[in-house]
Ligand binder design. Sequence first.
Ligand SMILES: O=C(CO)[C@H](O)[C@H](O)COP(=O)(O)O
Length: 262
Amino acid sequence: MTAALSPIDKAKYIAARRAVEFVEDGMRVGLGTGSTAAWMVRCLGEMVREDGIKITGVATSARTAQLAREVGVPVKTLDEVRWLDLTIDGADEYDADLNLIKGGGGALLHEKIVATASDQMVVIADLSKQVDTLGAFPLPVEVIPFGWQTTKALIEEMLSNVDVLGRSASLRLNGADPFRTDEGNYILDLHLRRIANPAQLSLVLNQIPGVVENGLFLDICDVLVIGNADGTVEVRDINNGTVEHERIDITDRENLFTDSAE
Ligand SMILES: O=C(CO)[C@H](O)[C@H](O)COP(=O)(O)O
């Protein structure tokens, strides 16, 4: 018996299936990190293997690079490619202006560098990530290990001067040890609950010595693709101001959507 995908995984798959329609032959594509982005990488792998399209992927994490190679998507470094046509990535939160919180998977630094080096950023998500005001999801901040407790104290002190509801920071752990990013850095998760002025917060965070980057992605996302478990999808384009509703044909992937006897 092969179990069908959970509703949330179906929604992620639907968003990924729609987002890869933005990819054209010959493109250089930034490959995001996370469970939604993993579906996108698998879909791209099918396009390479079955449709013969030629693309170059630039991965935002070691685990995405490994998956891309496994499914047949050629991977190069950003330094080899320099600039990208498109990046497709997931998000932890998005608001009505398509501003984001990212970094739940710990890849925010490479994700922000890659997205910024792209003509277009397409974000894939489901409705559970939609918020009126950013901040319910703890804001990840990448810091260097040296003096991280001093950096944490400086961040918490700074938070008393900005308009947020919560003011604590916690070191992200991997078991009993600090979680390490692909750059060997630590992540502090800021429990803010509500960020009234994300642009101001992003600026002041990045001025604190020891902070490498924060997970606020502001004015970077161009298109948001929201997948739903019933196969429908919403495509919001912030530059054109358009919102389109579509249905994805998944008849070729029925096995993902219904239990099947084996
Ligand atoms: O920012 C990220 C990784 O650093 C991810 O895009 C974000 O955490 C969403 O992940 P998922 O698709 O698994 O919900």
